[in-house]
Design a binder for this molecule. Structure first.
Ligand SMILES: Cc1ncc(COP(=O)(O)O)c(C=O)c1O
Length: 482
């Protein structure tokens, strides 16, 4: 196929250039006459490219369905898939389409994005969890080891395994070995590659999941590759599962997808086919400069190489100077007008992408240099070492889906031991749920959550007055409540 073409982009531009008089949706009638501010900031061009898909007309060469199919085939060819889908509800949507058709056990690392959990609320399949391990020095969640995967595959004989590749912090599992194991056990391997779309374009990055035997992957093209926010791609190598995914997409996706989103995905794919390796290698060079410059600053530590498989995710810490990652994020924003991707107790993560320049890197390095020098003068003492004892996974009384939809009530957290949770309780960051709907509050879970609340660690799902949602009928089980 000719990768230097963008059939959907071209079809949309061709339609706009005809200036057809629209007596159809959308209500802005491709001009947004009534909205002066919108027109002046976004430009009329944006509206002219935003017809609904009702205008399909093969005779006039506006067969958008055909153009989309071609554009998706080009994407599949580029990324080494058999089929691809353009997604307008992000990787979240793609993960939902992948997992909704499951009917058996789906093995998921506890450190999975909420999209994986919400997919398992929709699915008939049942989630089983691989517990999360943490690096003790950096307190970042680690991807599951091959041994952990192997044991779980043997014990649970799941229908599918979901792996996040890379994690938010840029770490990866030995995915080729995991792929060999899933193949041996006849288990579907689905990969949340939200943060790894760029892997395809450089040998200096971890291998992309499709090349490690994944049946299907979902990539947030918007996160690391530069399309518009909300636009992602699903790539598949498994024809029979793909036909289920397409059915799921039909029921779960809007019937009015943005044609601009599709066109942008198509045009981004065209550029990447031509320039992807050069753009990504340039980003890698910038990331290397940034990392070595940050590491050279007194008091700044950078995540060691064995944990940082993706060098474009620069994790650094000023803990030697007494600053938490959360404080560094706030100071960079307030004093230097710089916003990083995330922070936690020790760390800050700065994401470098094909959109960066030498000057953006210099600005970040200078800001950190200045901050470190200021802090050094004030004689910052190192942060106290945090050791975290994460509780074991609590027992599941009900499936995630059942727990999620049962009637709930608010109860104080300290009275929750023995009750069944109706919600996710997730200290954030890093976003690993301590308990999920359908699981029973153990004393360890309650104590850990109380401790997080006491030290001011934000807990998603914890309600005002330190209350939590528990099932009203406790899942049909009668338990003594402390
Ligand atoms: C690991 C991971 N998976 C999935 C998603 C969902 O991606 P999207 O925002 O494209 O829906 C995210 C978003 O942050 C993520 O970090």
């Amino acid at each position: 196929m000719n990768q230097n073409t963008a059939p959907f982009w071209d079809a949309l531009l061709a339609y706009a250039s005809r200036e057809v008089l629209p007596f159809h949706t959308p209500g802005h009638k491709l001009k947004a006459q009534a909205f002066t501010n919108l027109r002046s900031v976004l430009g009329e061009g944006l509206f002219s490219l935003d017809p609904s898909d009702e205008i399909e007309n093969a005779e006039l060469n506006h067969d958008f369905e055909q153009a989309l199919h071609l554009a998706e085939q080009l994407a599949a060819e580029l990324f080494g898939a058999r089929q691809s889908l353009f997604l307008v509800n992000g990787t979240t949507g793609g993960i939902h389409y992948l997992l909704t058709p499951t009917t058996g056990t789906v093995l998921i690392p506890r450190f999975s994005h909420q999209a994986v959990y919400s997919a398992m609320v929709l699915a008939q399949g049942q989630a089983a969890y691989l517990p999360c391990a943490y690096d003790p020095q950096w307190l970042i969640p680690l991807p599951p080891s091959v041994t952990a995967v192997q044991q779980a595959l043997e014990e649970l004989q799941p229908q599918a395994l979901v792996i996040t590749h890379p994690t938010y912090y840029g770490s990866v599992s030995a995915l080729d070995e995991v792929g060999r194991l899933t193949e041996k056990h006849g288990v579907l391997l689905f990969v949340d590659e939200a943060h790894g779309g760029h892997f395809h374009f450089s040998k200096d990055l971890p291998a992309p999941a499709l090349s490690c035997g994944a049946d299907a992957v979902v990539q947030s093209t918007h996160k690391t590759l530069g399309s518009l926010t909300q636009t992602s791609m699903l790539h598949s190598r498994n024809d029979s599962w793909f036909s289920k995914v397409v059915q799921a997409q039909r029921v779960l996706q809007t019937t009015s997808p943005s044609l601009i989103f599709y066109a942008v995905l198509d045009e981004v794919r065209r550029e990447l086919a031509l320039q992807g390796p050069a753009l990504v290698n340039r980003a890698l060079e910038l990331a290397a400069t940034c990392t070595s410059s940050l590491a050279a600053i007194k008091g700044v530590e950078v995540l060691p190489k064995h944990l940082q498989a993706d060098p474009t995710k620069i994790v650094f810490s000023l803990r030697q100077l007494g600053l938490t990652g959360i404080e560094v994020e706030r100071i960079l924003r307030v004093d230097y007008n710089i916003q990083v991707e995330l922070s936690d107790y020790y760390n800050v993560l700065a994401l470098i992408s094909i959109g960066d320049t030498a000057s953006s890197i210099t600005s970040l390095v200078q800001a950190v240099q200045d901050l470190a020098a200021r802090r050094g003068h004030l004689g910052g003492t190192p942060l106290p070492r945090h050791t975290m004892d994460f509780p074991d996974l609590p027992p599941a009384a009900l499936s995630l889906r059942e727990g999620f939809f049962r009637e709930k009530e608010e109860i104080p957290l300290h009275c929750a031991v023995g009750r069944i949770s109706g919600a996710f309780l997730t200290p954030y960051p890093p976003g690993v749920p301590v308990i999920v709907p359908g699981e029973e509050f153990t004393a360890d879970v309650v104590e850990h959550l109380l401790w997080c609340a006491e030290i001011g660690w934000p807990i998603r799902g914890l309600l005002a007055g330190q209350k939590v949602l528990a099932l009203k009928d406790n899942g049909g089980r009668c338990r003594t409540v402390r």
